[in-house]
Write a protein that binds this ligand. Sequence first.
Ligand code: DP6
Length: 354
Amino acid sequence: MPVYNEKDFIPKQAPGRFPATWEFQTQAPSNIAIIKYWGKKGMQLPMNASLSFLLPQSLTTTKASARLSDKISDKVKFTFLFDGKENASFSKKIAVFFERIVHYVPYVKRYEWTFESENNFPHSAGIASSASGFAALSKILIRLERTLYPEADEILLYHKTSFLARLGSGSASRSVTGTVAVWGTHPGIPGSNDLYAIDYPFEIHREFRRMTDLILLLEKEKKEVSSTTGHGLIDKHPFKHPRIDQARNNLSRLSEALQQGDWDSFGQITENEALTLHAMMMTSNPYFILMQPETLRWIRLIWDFRNKTGIPVYFTLDAGANLHLIYPDVYEQKILSGLDELTQAEKIINRIRL
Ligand code: DP6
């Protein structure tokens, strides 16, 4: 598998012909990181390698309509509608995205764009909607590139999709790959690199073939501190270097566990990463807490249940208060009846198939 560099993603010549109008609709899933990306360097490059699973049922759908423009402007002209309405904060993020990527997709300036986007999950639910959102946008742009450059190399375009998505939101780089993605250079993962995410290259044990990610919606308020702000605090964080070492070791150990079918070790690393992510928040300057009392109450319930039954159900957290429960599908009935509050709780279920 070739590893591309940044220059490979710059088109070498102008396309022969531009269609006068162009339309395309696509979907992209969100993802949940098991090894967390927290801290960046340079232009959206990760401080450490991360590994995630796609959440195939938590989707952004985006439709793009492009009209060839008479004038080429420096800025990309677009209207972005979310749930049918203009949304100033999303539009601002997309404008920044276009500024960062235009060098690699200069043809987008030839068009005036309308994007209509929606999620099938509440966008404040703590599911990474920016991941699926930027992944969908990047898939659209690469589809246009494929139309404009029919000879383009498919593998290069596949990686370029992730490269572009990364420039929108780091975690989005992991939403355009196969089910298990690795983003960031890691010595034990061939092909891994900071510019784009790749498919996890080793065979995963059948123990992990059918698992569920159940998101418990404990809080639907917008979070007080954005991920981008949190990442920004890592540069001067006293635990920056230990964290880099820990993430590297955790990914090595996780990779072993995935190949060997070791749920205990998988679960221990998963929870360690989730709690470390929040510990990094609580120890940055300024410090902050995104967990809520309900988050901790549920963590205790899950631990008690696991200790009593031996059933492999583990949690992870994003940058928010909502818990993701991860378990092999076969235990679902036992988990639902043992943790009976779960039946009533507001939740989103994703079936992960490896
Ligand atoms: C805690 O990808 O949202 O979810 O690159 O600034 O957009 P930006 O940050 P973002 O950070 C995600 C952080 C995380 C962990 C993870 O998904 O790896």
